[in-house]
Design a binder for this molecule. Sequence first.
Ligand code: 2HA
Ligand code: ZN
Length: 269
Amino acid sequence: MKSILDNRPALAKQVNDVAEVAGYLWQKGWAERNGGNITINITDLIDDEIKNMKPISDVIQIGRQLPNLKGRYFFCKGTNKRMRDLARWPMENGSVIRILDDCSSYVIIADNPVKPTSELASHLSMHNYLIGRGSTYKAAVHTHPIDLVAMTHNPAFLEKDVLTNLLWSMIPETRAFCPRGLGIIPYKMPSSFELADATIKELEEYDVVMWEKHGVCSVGEDVMEAFDMIDTLSKSAQIYLTAKSMGFEPTGTTQEQMKELKEAFNLPK
Ligand code: 2HA
Ligand code: ZN
């Protein structure tokens, strides 16, 4: 079958990276059934031939106006599609969409009329926010990491920056490679605009945000970077719970040691 990826190695690489990350999410047990979603802004890779491609869907409303998305293109995991299937067959379980000039609707242009993720409101709101702030970030990943979600069932961990500091203190890597920490968003209805708005508000301060009792959302330059930050935080959560299950409270690195890392790595916080 003809694919938009044919003879477009840069675009194919982006989609293959999404598929690779989708496989990791499944292997980690973070992506039950259709859980989680990935979107990437591929506008920079769009040529004239793609711009002229006819829609393969009706016009679909986003439900809000996202002024920075006019004429932009995204590869999106499909709604109700399994992450484990996206890993093997990305173009059957995801699609390329074009945002129309009204900035509040889109069409699917390739390869199959797979309707994008149920969390499209949050994903597109995040991309709209990132573009507005002049960011070069292109990827948004949402997934359900067991350890991190479990931690949100403890109200003490929902206070601002409590989890960030705890997770940073488990291993220096997390301090260095998730340097803006983990924002916390109180429970909200999945797929809602309320959740989307809370998410972009937290992105002002964090690259990874936690949706209480649901999952995390991460943004980055590319899908690998967005994944790596979640993976690093999850590693810290694993160290914490391994220590706890050995029967003791982990001491954590000291504030002094974390400050030293901040200076050595020139970290933003
Ligand atoms: O796409 O994870 O939050 C399935 C979900 C919704
Ligand atoms: Zn989810």
